[in-house]
Ligand binder design. Structure first.
Ligand SMILES: O=c1ccn([C@@H]2O[C@H](COP(=O)(O)OP(=O)(O)O[C@H]3O[C@H](CO)[C@@H](O)[C@H](O)[C@H]3O)[C@@H](O)[C@H]2O)c(=O)[nH]1
Length: 903
């Protein structure tokens, strides 16, 4: 018995009660609104109405439609209906939040330009519904889909040919015989048919879907009563067949294999240490020793200098001498703090062969050698398209999408705190350009993978490029990139013009209406709020160019758009007949999932800037890419098993993480993915090989609706978000405080500087913004120094060098005071009538000069050694001096005042 719960407007009850199954789809009347409840009790509605038509709560009622299975209403193959739903989800803009219904607005197009990648939102041409295939369905010369079966099952040319030839001519959707098996006839038949209805999402129970993944890993998640992974039980149940790879593990009953040369000695295997993924590389003594010597010499010189200064007080001007000594000691101390963490540099190298061997080599647990790596979500935050140019953000996104990591395991989430249509469309343009950029990078091993950086490289682009079509491909991609740039840079103007045009149309409509209603009276100018319009001719739910209530920077709904839906699990190669600019035969054209998120903003709420944005992304991504893959019952028992453990106490979870069970259930899944691979008995609490090779679940509407609810402004109320969970609030340098808290709890971190820039972002380009930034950082440091996050109070779990680094961060703005005092000492001496030079003897001046010169030389040598361009160095020094004497001082004074106030 198929059972659905819809939320429908009373006026549309009749149309909704006729709601069909996905097997039997009439076109959706434009006014229909139907929805269902998500796990946290919120509604999702599907609508093609104007997003601004408010759904008054009194106009709705809930009812359940039971559709008995009849010959016409047979449940569709779940995997097929899920694919249809996923297509629907990625073509919809989800909105919602405080006091409003969550809605999915189906979009014909997200940007003016045409999009055609099968994963792209609003893409022309749908993708094949056969699981594992994402090729485009056949289309006629007008671009309309050609669907060979009356059930409208979407199928690509190759799968259709397979179904006709090898599958007995049976449609994989409805399991009926294809009436027409000749492609030309199919096309003619399609032309004669009425237009396609919009794809309806098939409402499936979440549990049905969750059964799939993690089934095989079900027992892996067993924990003992203490909350620890129950190693012994796991060992018992798996009969010891887990460990460092069954590929070399002998069959039951013996350690020998059929072939003599494959006989493996058990003890030898057990003793064999597993190969680490990274290795510490020794820095050659020839490099490290002079560096250390340099630091040592500077330390000795400084010590001698300070000793000499202390032993030679100037009795005529003791206060001057005292102040200068204090300043000098401070400088020496802060220099020492700065140097200490750099004294033992380590270089690490990742062994890509081991990485491949461990995670992508066929084994009995992973027969196809699919990637066993955990999923990675990369977050990009942006708040203001005027300060963070959309082209820069788009380039960042493109470099992330082109990352060399298993595509199906990678996802990119963009947080737009400005809720700007400009950012939204720029991201959609980036997703569309990724269609050519990412496969181009894969085909020709392009570096760097940020197009702007790549095309501005000064070196020979053809060096080391072996494929004969590189020159041609590069030229085409460059042309595309130039056009892409023009489109992005033209977006502000095109959005403005589009909005003006739609607005004028609306005003004329309103005037007409007024004229009709009041025939005799003169018509006044009609004023309607000036909305910002999306490419599909509907209102943008975020911030409008002309701020209006519910459409301004601090007041708009939460928005989620899956710009690129999750890729298929198997590689998808570009075909010969693809209308692509470059030949992508044998190149995987899949793209990682890309999601645009703009969290809800409402007046009266503290949105906690970047930290708040990051926490919203953590929750949305946990639900969307890390969604719970074990059933709720398993999750429950998993958590019940931990009830002794205060950390995982069931009753505390909603209080800690908020009331989304989806989110809470995703925690053990994420935790499981983060475990080390148990490929050696020495690995405790690891995950067994092959556990992460199961395809991910398809995205459904209720998942995205749940994600909408966790980005609402009320979600964090009365929870521990920002206090003990997620990015920590209350500091302008939330990254430092969050890092501090993590280290304080015993987390370890690795300072990672890659040879090539991993990603590029934007930084302030004018002095005012830069000074504001420096002021913010310095204020954050002073805050940290005066708070309980002071490194001197850190727990014993924090490592010595980490403590030093945090101490350094906490005290650096104070240097400004000493710097200013030191610089003004001669002037002060003038005022006091004791001109400093008169009171100093010549030997001191000579000594000072010599010391200064030596220190300068050593500093230059050090800079040279570290490979920093001198010009960059000089610019940094200028900034440091300007910032150090202005913003730092302001921050310190501000901090001191604040603290005296509190005291
Ligand atoms: O309400 C806001 C404010 C900022 N941001 C984003 O946060 C990032 C950092 O911006 P900002 O807080 O203005 O500080 P910056 O000085 O530019 O950033 C540096 O300093 C911050 C504080 O230490 C760190 O969090 C950042 O990672 C670091 O790049 C930018 O991407 C913004 O778009 C938001 O998403 N929402």
């Amino acid at each position: 018995m198929a059972s659905r719960s819809f939320k429908a407007s009373r006026s549309n009850l009749s149309s909704n009660s006729d709601m069909p199954d996905s097997n039997n789809k009439p076109p959706i009347p434009p006014t229909v609104t139907f929805g269902r409840r998500t796990s946290s009790g919120r509604y999702i509605s599907y609508s093609r109405d104007d997003l601004d038509s408010e759904l008054g709560s009194g106009d709705y009622m809930n009812y359940t439609v039971h559709i008995p299975p009849t010959p016409d209403n047979q449940p569709m193959d779940p995997s097929v209906s899920q694919k249809v739903e996923e297509q629907y989800v990625s073509n919809s803009l989800f909105t919602g939040g405080f006091n409003s219904v969550t809605r999915a607005h189906l979009m014909d197009k997200v940007i003016e330009s045409e999009t055609n990648h099968p994963q792209m939102a609003g893409a022309k041409g749908s993708s094949c519904a056969i699981p594992g295939c994402d090729a485009k369905v056949m289309s006629d010369e007008r671009g309309e889909d050609i669907l060979p079966c009356e059930c409208d099952f979407k199928i690509c040319r190759d799968c259709y040919a397979d179904a006709v030839k090898a599958g007995g001519g049976i449609c994989p959707g409805c399991k009926e015989l294809y009436k027409i098996t000749d492609l030309d006839e199919v096309a003619a038949d399609n032309n004669a048919r009425p237009p396609l209805p919009l794809p309806l999402p098939k409402v499936l129970s979440k549990n049905e879907r969750r059964l799939s993944l993690m089934k095989s890993t079900k027992s892996v998640l067993m924990r003992s009563q203490t909350g620890d992974f129950d190693h012994n039980r796991w060992l018992f149940e798996t009969k010891g067949t887990y460990g460092y790879g069954n590929a070399i593990w002998p069959k039951e009953g013996g350690f020998g294999n059929d072939k003599e040369d494959e006989v493996v000695d058990r003890t030898e295997l057990l003793n064999k240490p597993w190969r680490p993924l990274t290795r510490k590389l020794k820095i050659p003594a020839a490099v490290l020793s002079p560096y250390r010597l340099l630091i040592f010499v500077r330390m000795v010189v400084l010590a001698l200098f300070l000793a000499w200064r202390i032993n030679h007080p100037n009795t005529d001007a003791m206060w001057l001498w005292g102040m200068s000594i204090v300043c000098e000691i401070w400088f020496a101390f802060s220099w020492l703090l700065d140097q200490l963490p750099k004294f033992c540099p380590i270089n690490r190298s990742t062994d890509l062969n081991v990485l491949k061997e461990k995670f992508e080599t066929p084994s009995p647990n992973n027969p196809t050698g699919k990637s066993d790596l955990p999923g990675i979500d990369i977050f990009v935050s942006t708040a203001d398209p005027d300060k963070e140019p959309p082209l820069v953000t788009a380039n960042t996104i493109l470099s992330i999408l082109a990352t060399d990591y298993p595509v199906e395991k990678l996802a990119c989430y963009v947080s737009d705190d400005g809720g700007a249509l400009l950012t939204f469309e720029a991201m959609a343009e980036a997703a569309s350009f990724a269609n050519i950029w990412v496969p181009f990078c894969r085909k020709h091993a392009i570096e760097p993978r940020n197009p702007e950086s790549y095309f501005s490289l000064k070196r020979d682009p053809y060096k080391n490029k072996v494929l004969p079509d590189f020159v041609k491909d590069r030229r085409r991609v460059k042309r595309e990139y130039d056009e892409f740039k023009v489109r992005i840079n033209g977006l502000p103007e095109s959005i403005r013009r589009r909005s003006d045009a739609y607005h004028a149309r609306e005003e004329i409509k309103a005037m007409k209406l007024q004229r009709e209603n009041r025939e005799d009276e003169p018509v006044e100018g009609v004023k309607i709020p000036k909305a910002t319009w999306m490419a599909d001719g509907t209102h943008w739910p975020g911030t409008w160019l002309t701020a209006s209530p519910e459409h301004s920077k601090g007041d708009h709904a939460g928005i989620i758009q899956v710009m690129l839906k999750p890729p298929s699990d198997e590689p998808l190669h570009g075909a010969d007949d693809d209308a692509r600019l470059i030949d992508l035969t044998d190149v995987d054209i899949r793209l990682p999932m890309l999601v645009y998120v703009s969290r809800e903003k409402r007046p009266g709420y503290d949105h906690n800037k970047k930290a708040g944005a990051m926490n919203a992304l953590v929750r949305a991504s946990a639900i969307m890419s890390n969604g719970p893959k074990n059933t709720s019952e398993e999750n429950r028992s998993l958590r019940m098993g931990d009830s002794d453990d205060e950390e995982m106490n069931l009753s505390l979870l909603p209080k800690r993480f908020g009331n989304s069970t989806f989110l809470i259930d995703s925690i053990p899944v994420a935790e499981f993915q983060g475990r080390p691979l148990a490929d050696h008995p020495a690995v405790k609490n690891g995950r067994p090989p092959g556990a992460l090779t199961i395809p991910r679940e398809l995205l459904d509407a209720s998942t995205v609706a749940e994600a909408i609810s966790v980005i609402s402004c009320w979600y964090e109320d009365k929870t521990e978000w920002g206090e003990r969970v997620g990015w920590i609030y209350g500091s302008v340098t939330e990254d430092v405080v969050t890092g501090y808290r993590m280290h304080n709890r015993g987390w370890k971190s690795v300072y990672c500087v890659t040879k090539r820039d991993a990603f590029r972002g934007s930084a302030p380009i004018n002095l005012t913004d830069r000074l504001h930034q420096v002021l913010r950082w310095a204020t954050g440091s002073v805050e940290i120094f005066f708070s309980r996050n002071n490194a001197l109070l850190a727990s014993s779990r924090m490592k010595f060098l980490q403590r030093i680094a945090y101490l350094n961060v906490g005290i650096y703005p104070f240097t400004s005071i000493f710097l200013i005092v030191y610089c003004f000492l001669p002037a002060l001496s003038l005022f006091s009538g004791q001109f400093i030079v008169q009171n100093l003897n010549v030997s001191f001046l000579t000594y000072l000069l010599a010391i200064t010169l030596t220190l300068c030389m050593l500093a230059i040598l050090e800079i040279k050694w570290s490979g920093i361009e001198l010009e960059e160095w000089w610019r940094n020094e200028q900034f440091w001096l300007i910032g150090g004497t202005s913003a730092h001082l302001a921050a310190v004074l501000q901090g001191l005042l604040k603290n005296t106030e509190h005291a």
